[in-house]
Every structure is written in structure tokens, then in C-alpha cells.
Design a protein around this ligand. Sequence first.
Ligand code: SAH
Length: 367
Amino acid sequence: MLIERRKELRKQKRHGFRKAGIMIRKAVEKLIGNQPMSKEDFLEILSGYGDRAWTELLREEAVKVRKRHYGLKVFTRGLIEFTNYCKNNCYYCGIRKGNSHAVRYRLTEEEILGCCEEGHRLGFRTFVLQGGEDPFYTDEKMVGIIRKIKETYPDCALTLSLGEKSYESYRLFREAGADRYLLRHETADEAHYRLLHPLSMSLAHRRQCLYDLKALGYQTGAGMMTGSPGQTMETLAEDLMFLQELQPEMAGVGPFIPHHDTCFAGEPAGSVELTLYLLSVIRLLLPRVLLPATTALGTLDPLGREKGLAAGANVVMPNLSPVRDRKKYELYDNKICTGEESAQCLECLERRIEAAGYEMVSERGDF
Ligand code: SAH
């Protein structure tokens, strides 16, 4: 009697596995075929995480797609972290307003232009101005800085990453010459968003900002951390649904890394493997997307950025900020590349990227 029952159970289990296998196979085929995906499809795809065969298949297909659109090119973006003052209090972020231990700094217009000059000399043709949400830089000041950079370097693309602003501000920046804007949505799930941000912030506003940026003709970047506290496969499926809906030209996805002076100091860091898996999935979902192998990935794993490229990424963002201030832009603990001069940093990265079989290029690298 018992033996019979056990046999029956085993049969059911085998059937279950087979059925599960068919579902994921269908979802993977849809993703590779670039067909519209449902949330259930994404959940199937995510259920393949941890399975060597699915991971390998998605990685290979992602690399094929990147090659088709971009060859072996890796685009560089010179990152200028121009202020670490921030009026927000995102619970995961080291430069949040509530962190009284953060040593604050701001770059002057001259210092920002100095970073661009150095960057241009080194071959960068995209500058990214990133900072906390710092009211010191009024729209007028930003417009002045943007105009000056675009006047001096008309051959360069300018990316902004200044957080949430009004449509009007985004319009002014765009008219002044800004080409691109990075604003990670952080999570597309309401409850998860609440867990990561204070009540003064909202997912609805963040999403609205992204749609405003798109409407204004910015090449727009969204994205999320992997392994942020409270993240589940469900919330990740929501993130992928949102990326599919928004169709961003860029996507920033890197692991969460705890910062010692935040509410999440004791939380575990996100997983390198899951980040790589998501990079492959996103390359397949948005075939032409400009997808960085992030500094956070390189922080968690010494070969993180190379692995990111091997999973489907095609952008790196070396630091152009003055070495004096680099350590102060501390979003998370142990951030790499905070000690060397920009030139050294670039040289080291270029050597590594070329050794990994890619070609680091000096193009603007538009979408
Ligand atoms: N104020 C800008 C720039 C924020 S910093 C904005 O709101 O967009 C850039 C990105 O760093 C954030 O979007 C976030 O995803 C990431 N980040 C912040 N804290 C982090 C942490 N502890 N670990 C990993 N990434 C983090």
C-alpha cells in the first residue's frame, strides 16, 4: 500500500518537473524570440536562476544579440560625481540626508569643467554628471553648467543623473543640451518601494519622471539593484515588466551593497550571479539597450565587470571625479577605484577589457 503510494507520488513529481520544464522552455523561447512577455513568463524565466543549463543558454543568446548590434565594442562613460549632498533619505544609500557621518562636498563649475577636460583628453566622449538631489544646484546653475560643457565639447554626449525633477526642469536641461538621463526606478513594486524609501518619496512620481524624460526625447535609463532588502522574484518580475513597458535606451542594474551608516547596514549584499543572470535577461528583453557592467558589480567580485560584459553588458563607467572627493561619494561600502587618478583607472580598465577580448572605444555610443 505504502509502496504504491510512494510510486504514485514519484510519478506525480516527475510529471510536475516535466510540466515546469515545458513552461520555462516556452518563456525562454519567447524571450529569445523578443516576443511580448507576461509577468508569469518573467517568473518562469526567474525560476531558471540557479540552473546551469538555463543560465548558460540565456548568457550565450544575450552575447549573440549584443554582438549583432554592437560587435565587440565596449562604450565608456566618464562619471563625474559632482555633489554628495542629498535632500532624500533612501534607506539603502550612503549619501542619504540622514547620514550625519557623511563628509559632504560640492564641485564648482570650474572643477566640473576640469573633470571634462581631463576626460576629453583621455578619450571620453560621454560625460555623466551624477549627484544627490542637491538644491544648491538650481535649474539656472545646472543650465549654465550644461551649456558650458556642450559648448566646449560639442562632440560629446552629456548624461545627467540628478534624481527626480519637474517636467519643466527636465525641459530646461534638455534645451540646454543634455542628451541622456539616468534615473533607476529602484523597484517597480509599491510595497517594496515603501520598504526602501521614506514616505516623502513615491514610486508613482519616479515613474512619472521616467515618462517625462522619455517624452522630452532624452535617451533614458531605468534600473534597479539586485538583492535590495525585501526584493523577491515577484518584485523582480515587476521590474522586468516595467522595463518592457518603458523601453528605456539604457538600464542600470548592479548588486545592492550595504553601507555601514544606513538602516540596511546589517543586510547581506546582493548576488553577483543573480546580477549576471538579469543582465542576460535584460539584453534579450531590450536588444539594443546600453547596459553597464557596474562599479558595484566590480566591488563585489574582482572580475565582476568582465563577467558583466560576458553576460551581455556593453558599457563601463570609469570615475572622472577629483580623487580628493572620490571616497566621499560613498553610496555603499568598499567602492572600488576611489584611489587612483582617472588616467590610471582608465588604463587599468582598458587593459582588462581588451584582455577579456573586447574593444574599448571612444565613441559617443548613442542608442
Ligand atoms: N540622486 C540620483 C543618483 C543616485 S545614486 C538618483 O536619484 O538617481 C545612483 C544609484 O546608486 C541609485 O539609483 C541606486 O540604485 C544606487 N545605489 C545607492 N545605494 C546603493 C547601495 N547601497 N548599493 C548599491 N547601489 C546603490
